[in-house]
Design a protein around this ligand. Structure first.
Ligand code: PA5
Length: 424
């Protein structure tokens, strides 16, 4: 795997020896996960998913995506949580590869957002993908109702069968029933993979393929991470190192983890990460509070709190080694701003110096930090990153003693809302 983890800025908080001391607990977590003997093991289908996905299946999805793209001006992707965040994060990360505009709906209940979205889509050839694992979630269900009516006003029933695609449970749920009745194309989501772990299933691959993303590259990256992150070798397995460091910091009262990035194109990866880590760990009165900052923008606002606020947090920097798109800083003969010191350098050189400066200042201010370095903004790197984070949170959940694969708190809200709406 090409992703690197540097935890030298944990010195004085967590040492390599401390991490090695966790070896027996990590070994147990590893065994429980691999042998499907731990909590929530019925939802660990993501563990060997990259290796399990057949190349012929991926080829089919690529061809399917190509055919839909040729007949569409845009894709409207309906979904929330795990049926939304991974897709949006991927499109932001791989913006340069996207071949079709993608719009999102059903990720909240904002009327004005949906109103103006649909206004802007009139006269466009639209393909709609509705993604809901359960098939019953309020936000995407209601967005789909509204959008289905909007589509019915523009297309014949025959045409709608090509333009509406549903991705849901293989057997159950309201969305499956709607699709069966209307004859929409359905892709099943693996039953043994929960929403937040589903980005590399059909839930992510189908819409991403329609958008023109290199889904085979994503899966190849994930396969490489699966190989590296399956090794019970603490020195080589950075997912286990990251899980151990997070666990030890949490035990020291560092209850907040800030994921800080220096690239805008990682902002949605941060959101995906928050769902993955927050939903997996936050239960039974336990769990790190995962939050995120976008630097250097937030250094001019929240940077103050990180530097000098309560010492209950640690930071994980997420960086890209070679972000591409060179931007040379020009020489200025007047040099009135005094920045000729960096003339001729790439803007990313300054960004990386800002990271070093921030990591050092925060460390000296009592905020231990780690850095995850991703090689490039490409599908292979992103596939690795997704799998690396999934593996980390599974091991960390087991270290913590929780079931990292359920989300009873999310279900509680869904149930209460149904009651308030009078939905049976
Ligand atoms: O992780 C989860 O299971 C949830 O956060 C879901 O992703 C989210 O609630 C959407 O659920 P569904 O895909 O069933 O509509």
């Amino acid at each position: 795997m090409d992703i690197k983890l540097d935890y030298s800025n944990l010195k004085g908080f967590v040492s390599t020896k401390d991490i090695e001391g966790l070896l027996p607990a990590i070994q147990k977590a590893h065994n429980d996960l691999e042998n499907k003997a731990g909590k929530g093991s019925a939802f660990t289908g993501w563990l060997d998913l990259p290796a399990r996905l057949q190349d012929s299946f991926l080829d089919e999805i690529v061809e399917f995506g190509k055919a839909i793209r040729q007949d569409s001006d845009c894709l409207l992707s309906i979904g929330i949580g795990g049926s939304y965040l991974g897709i949006h994060a991927t499109l932001e990360f791989l913006i340069a590869d996207q071949k079709l505009p993608v719009y999102f709906a059903g990720q909240d209940l904002s009327t004005n957002y949906l109103y103006y979205l649909l206004q802007g889509l009139k006269d466009k050839r639209i393909t709609v993908v509705v993604i809901s694992k359960s098939g019953t979630t309020t936000e995407p269900a209601l967005a789909f109702r509204i959008i289905k009516k909007f589509m019915e006003e523009q297309y014949s029933a025959m045409e709608l069968k090509k333009r509406i695609i549903c991705i849901t449970d293989p057997c159950d749920g309201a969305l499956r029933a709607i699709a069966s009745k209307a004859g929409y194309r359905v892709f099943p989501i693996d039953r043994d993979i929960g929403g937040r772990f589903s980005v590399l299933t059909t839930a992510g691959l189908v819409p991403l393929s329609i958008a023109g993303i290199d889904i085979k590259g994503l899966i190849q990256g994930a396969r490489s991470a699966q190989r590296s992150c399956s090794r019970m070798d603490l020195e080589a397995n950075i997912a286990y190192q990251y899980a151990a460091a997070r666990f030890l910091l949490y035990q020291q009262g560092k209850t907040i983890e800030v994921l800080s990035t220096f690239y805008r194109r990682l902002a949605l990866v941060e959101e995906w990460w928050k769902q993955l880590f927050g939903e997996s760990e936050g239960k039974d009165g336990k769990g790190l509070f995962p939050t995120s900052l976008s630097f250097t923008t937030d250094l001019h606002s929240m940077g103050q709190l990180v530097q000098e606020g309560p010492r209950n947090m640690f930071e994980t920097f997420l960086l890209v080694d070679k972000p591409g798109c060179g931007m040379t800083i020009p020489e200025d003969p007047d040099n009135l701003d005094n920045f000729n010191c960096v003339a001729g350098k790439d803007l990313d050189y300054v960004n990386k110096q800002a990271w070093v400066a921030t990591a050092t200042a925060h460390y000296e201010g009592g905020v231990p930090n780690m850095t995850i370095m991703v090689p490039r903004f490409d599908s292979y790197s992103l596939g690795q990153l997704f799998y690396f984070f999934e593996k980390t949170v599974a091991i960390k959940g087991y270290l913590l003693g929780v079931n990292p694969f359920d989300q009873p708190g999310v279900e509680a809200y869904k149930k209460k809302l149904f009651e308030l709406l009078g939905r049976k």
